[in-house]
Design a protein around this ligand. Structure first.
Ligand code: DON
Length: 307
């Protein structure tokens, strides 16, 4: 395999020169202000070695990438009973779609579409006030990444709270089927804050390292989840992590991945490395255009694949 640092530098140079960078998300006003020219990538090997290029240390809004961490946290608290609330099937619909919810009586298809993630967050809220649940999520992500400076971007959370009409619709609809235990404003207050977590590629790749290393963070030495659970979370990322673009991502990249509308993607090469990439311009599915391209090149040149 070629030198990984040289490869990341090459990916950065090649992709930064591309004219078509996709379109930044505008439905969350605060995200519309981000410069689409940003590009960062970080790879952390399972031995803890770091490789980075571009804006790898600049925090961005991780948005739906947070759903991997809240799923991990909620599984730790509720175990497999979580699956009574949410399924494990790819949706084939957009991340914020409502159509399947009625057929499936308020049980979202998977924990990564918005409805499913809201159902997972509702479980984390059990026994807590929203403020405490937000604190628990922030602390968990700090623990995962070994970095106590990680925080939520209040302007982004506020921006989404003011404009997240679809998410309110999804939450109220699930409540009508008795699938949420808390008022929509409380659950979504927590959900918008988890989405507003601001992290750099470096922090994000560290936070995902447990998924590349059988459930244990090899840098901190902490056990996060069992080997079996790490495999299962990776399987969900592979099948559902890019919404209705999951098949295309699996075809092109061949690694479990989770995207966010902030333009971040966390990808996992089991036994090899955790990878985070950030390029704010999105493709038609709402996944990072250049982030996907970067991971495609990385997977091809390293030979990393789960297949
Ligand atoms: O709920 C939303 O719409 C956003 N906070 C998160 C959506 C998202 O990141 C979809 N990912 N590509």
């Amino acid at each position: 395999m070629e030198d990984l640092q040289a490869l990341l530098d090459d990916i950065h140079t090649t992709l930064s020169a591309r004219d078509d960078k996709g379109k930044v998300a505008t439905y969350i006003p605060e995200l519309a202000r981000i410069d689409p020219a940003h590009f960062g990538i970080a790879v952390i090997g399972v031995d803890g070695t770091e490789y980075m290029a571009g804006d790898a240390e600049l925090p961005f809004s991780i948005q739906s990438v947070s759903k991997v961490f809240t799923l991990t946290l909620a599984l730790g608290k509720h175990g497999d009973s979580l699956w009574n609330r949410v399924g494990r099937e790819p949706s084939g619909t957009a991340f914020n779609s409502i159509v399947q919810l009625e057929f499936e009586k308020g049980r979202p298809r998977n924990p990564f579409i918005n409805a499913g993630a809201i159902a997972v967050t509702d479980l984390i809220l059990s026994g807590h006030k929203p403020r405490e649940a937000i604190g628990e999520i922030v602390n968990f992500v700090r623990f995962l990444s070994g970095d106590d400076t990680i925080t939520t971007d209040q302007a982004v959370a506020k921006s989404e709270n003011a404009t997240g009409f679809r998410n309110f619709a999804l939450a109220q609809f699930m409540r009508s089927f008795d699938r949420l235990d808390h008022p929509a404003e409380h659950t979504l207050g927590v959900y918008f804050h988890q989405c507003a977590l601001a992290m750099s590629c470096r922090q994000l790749a560290h936070a995902g390292l447990y998924l590349a290393a059988n459930g244990r963070n090899p840098v901190s030495g902490s056990s996060v989840v069992s080997r079996e659970r790490a495999r299962r979370i990776n399987a969900l990322m592979m099948m559902c992590g890019h919404y209705d673009g999951s098949g295309e991502f699996a075809y092109r990249v061949g690694l479990p991945g989770k995207s966010g509308v902030g333009g971040g993607i966390l990808a996992v090469a089991p036994g090899k490395a955790s990878i985070a990439v950030w390029a704010p311009g999105l493709n038609d599915y709402g996944n990072s255009l250049l982030g996907t391209a970067a991971l495609e090149i990385l997977a091809k040149r390293t030979g990393w694949s789960v297949f």
